[in-house]
Design a protein around this ligand. Structure first.
Ligand SMILES: Nc1ncnc2c1ncn2[C@@H]1O[C@H](COP(=O)(O)OP(=O)(O)OP(=O)(O)O)[C@@H](O)[C@H]1O
Ligand SMILES: [Mg+2]
Length: 235
């Protein structure tokens, strides 16, 4: 059997204590293999961003294990997790998190520099991604000169710059109109299928689910695996 790129086993996450305690995730298990785009869908506050942050080794779970390419990295030291993130993971956050003093193109080349990609390769890769996202002509603008959707498209291009094995996208289409949003998920799906990557896409938009290989539902920190509505009625 192929080793999953991402495997979460029995992950729980609690925030705070006593009255303020929040069980953001309870006994969540999930495997994502190469070539698979998994949609994660659920109401606000259900634990989607928490799950994605744990999957990307940004947040430590209270219980459970996290495996990346078969390796248990739950207890890996911070530096090692940072290195893994840089090399293996592409993050697209709910906000675009761009660096204000770099142009769109420079945001991408900065990542290439961090991972030591040769200059020519970096420029070609940056050009390809900016072009596919319809941002080639806006690539030399700073974030404050771009619309929210344009910023998000730069952030998506940036997340793909390191040619990651795992793509984690937290509502990447929230600030896009439906046509652009669909184009972005089509691009993600293409990256996943043609370049054999694994991806988790958090979305509220059910119209995008047909582009995904599998849909996982989350409610109150638990994966239900059932259609929206059917799952909550049974709880
Ligand atoms: N750092 C934190 N401290 C305390 N509670 C937190 C923290 N982060 C998240 N939570 C709580 O955990 C729960 C899950 O939050 P999470 O951000 O994962 O939800 P979400 O599904 O991503 O929601 P949305 O769709 O609104 O982005 C929420 O009740 C939230 O208030
Ligand atoms: Mg969220």
């Amino acid at each position: 059997m192929t080793t999953p790129v991402l495997e979460l086993t029995n992950i729980s996450k609690r925030f705070g204590e006593g009255e303020a305690r929040v069980d953001a995730l309870s006994a969540v298990s999930l495997r994502v293999v190469r070539g698979e785009l998994v949609a994660l869908i659920g109401p606000s506050g259900s634990g989607k961003s928490t799950l994605v942050s744990i999957a990307g080794a940004l947040l430590t779970p209270s219980e459970g294990r996290l495996y990346l390419n078969g390796e248990d990295i739950t207890d890996s030291p911070g530096q090692q997790r940072a290195r893994l993130r840089l090399r293996e993971i592409g993050f697209i956050f709910q906000g675009s998190n761009l660096i204000s003093y770099l142009t769109g193109r420079e945001q991408l080349l900065f990542i290439a520099d961090l991972i030591g990609l040769p200059n020519g390769d970096a420029r070609r890769q940056a050009y390809r991604l900016l072009d596919e996202l319809g941002m080639a002509r806006r690539a030399d603008h700073y974030p404050e000169e771009l619309s929210g959707g344009e910023r998000q498209r730069i952030a998506i291009a940036r997340a793909l710059m390191n040619d990651p094995a795992l793509i984690l996208a937290d509502e990447p289409t929230a600030s896009l109109d439906s046509r652009r949003g669909r184009a972005v998920v089509e691009l993600l799906a293409r990256e996943v299928h043609e370049r054999d990557k694994a991806a988790v896409l958090v979305t509220h938009d059910e119209r995008l689910l047909d582009l995904c290989d599998r849909v996982v539902h989350i409610a109150d920190g638990r994966l239900t695996g059932m259609p929206v509505g059917a799952g909550s009625a049974a709880m």
